[in-house]
Design a protein around this ligand. Structure first.
Ligand SMILES: *[C@@H]1O[C@H](CO)[C@@H](O)[C@H](O)[C@H]1NC(C)=O
Ligand SMILES: *[C@@H]1O[C@H](CO)[C@@H](O)[C@H](O)[C@H]1NC(C)=O
Ligand SMILES: *[C@@H]1O[C@H](CO)[C@@H](O)[C@H](O)[C@H]1NC(C)=O
Ligand SMILES: *[C@@H]1O[C@H](CO)[C@@H](O)[C@H](O)[C@H]1NC(C)=O
Ligand SMILES: *[C@@H]1O[C@H](CO)[C@@H](O)[C@H](O)[C@H]1NC(C)=O
Length: 353
């Protein structure tokens, strides 16, 4: 079955890198892959054979032979046209695909998964075909030219670049992506990302930058509808002022877990009741009042387990009458050799502070 075949090639390509990752990341990858596999499986089940799911021409697909080795199909409904180009072997071949006659140029998605050949996408390569979702995973793609996606500036909603070799952003004029809701880049190796790339994108709800760069410059500001900002597992070492002050009042989660953060500046985050800041498995030794009190007071939950917390005078403020230690997630331990939970610290140790 084709799913097995796909998984097999995924394994072959990346078993080594998968093995090197913390188990937590594996779970996430499985979740990501699951979405993809689920779509594939549903299709297999519905149609018996995968190949038969390729849409008939009436759906708006081009002639199958004109766009080989890409495949056009509809999913989940007949009105959603999708293009899958996993087996494309050269950039010229891909370019040629988009020179074919497309009776309907408006596609829901473009995907290229488990591809070893395509290293660059040049400007205008998609000709005038438009996409809402771009999914590229397990590829050797290094460079996406500015304007590679210029046909889709008015349509792009999601962009996912997973397990590839991308070297730098931006490869689109992000400011033109007025409908961009979700941007994910996972396991690529960029020398830096400018947080300002996302400035002013008011449809954007999710940013995921994971295992991708230790050098995120600038600040994530003016992203007024952001819900989720995930910067996990990047080897970041500090969180500067305003770094994650997106200005969104809908924000639910800022995730900085599994970095090497030893310093967090004051006024670095949005302070929205009900949101969480995940900063577990970093190198924080102290939780200074000026940084964390305004957040806990605003009703933010802070997850800080897995840090070498000294639990000295720096946290005395958590035990005053407001008892803000209650807003620290349960399970946060002190690095005192006994694994004392921060919630169970005996406040009398602060008498001499
Ligand atoms: C890619 O090629 C393989 C082997 O020829 C085939 O089984 C698979 O269906 C193709 N996939 C797509 C998406 O064209
Ligand atoms: C996209 O860029 C290519 C190459 O620069 C150009 O030829 C084409 O006209 C552009 N298309 C749009 C829709 O701007
Ligand atoms: C981070 O990226 C910037 C480019 O935006 C560069 O000037 C700087 O040297 C980089 N810093 C590190 C530590 O690599
Ligand atoms: C973080 O550091 C580890 C160990 O040096 C390295 O293997 C990994 O690639 C780095 N990750 C990023 C995103 O820079
Ligand atoms: C750890 O526990 C032992 C035994 O209860 C106690 O003697 C010691 O003082 C504790 N260490 C710290 C740093 O609290």
């Amino acid at each position: 079955m084709c799913i097995n075949k796909m998984l097999f090639s995924v394994n072959r390509l990346h078993l080594y890198s998968l093995l090197r990752m913390p188990p937590y990341s594996l779970l996430i990858i499985v979740t990501i892959l699951n979405g993809f596999i689920h779509a594939t499986m549903t299709q297999t089940i519905q149609t018996g054979r995968f190949d038969e799911s390729i849409a008939p021409k009436e759906s708006g697909c081009p002639n199958a032979e004109d766009i080989m080795p890409c495949e056009c199909y509809t999913y989940p409904s007949q009105v959603e046209l999708r293009l899958r180009c996993d087996n494309v072997t050269s950039e010229d071949e891909l370019k040629h695909v988009f020179e074919a006659y497309f009776p309907n140029k408006n596609f829901k998605s473009f995907s290229m998964n488990v591809n070893e050949y395509i290293k660059t996408l040049e400007a205008g390569i998609f000709n005038d075909v438009t996409f809402e979702d771009i999914i590229i995973s397990y590829s050797r793609l290094e460079v996406i030219a500015t304007d590679a996606f210029n046909s889709s500036y008015n349509t792009i909603k999601t962009m996912n670049f997973l397990f590839s070799d991308l070297l730098h952003l931006p490869f689109v004029n992000f400011h033109d992506l007025k409908k961009l809701q979700s941007f994910q880049i996972v396991r690529n190796s960029l020398s830096f990302i400018h947080a300002e790339t996302f400035y002013g994108l008011d449809a954007l709800e999710m940013i995921v930058i994971r295992q991708t760069t230790a050098n995120i410059t600038g600040t994530f500001q003016n992203i007024p509808n952001l819900i989720n900002l995930e910067l996990r597992d990047n080897n970041l070492t500090s969180v500067p002022t305003h770094f994650c002050k997106t200005g969104s009042t809908n924000i639910k989660k800022v995730d900085l877990a599994f970095n090497r953060i030893s310093e967090v500046a004051d006024d670095a985050f949005d302070a929205v009741a009900g949101m969480s800041i995940d900063i577990h498995f970093n190198l924080l030794t102290e939780l200074p009042e000026s940084t964390w009190r305004p957040l806990l007071e605003a009703g933010v939950t802070v997850n800080a387990f897995g840090n070498p917390l000294l639990c000295g005078c720096d946290i005395a403020w958590m035990f005053d009458s407001a008892h803000l230690v209650n807003h620290m997630s349960y399970g946060t331990e002190c690095d005192d050799g006994n694994g004392t939970l921060i919630h169970n610290v005996d406040p009398s140790i602060f008498d001499n502070c």
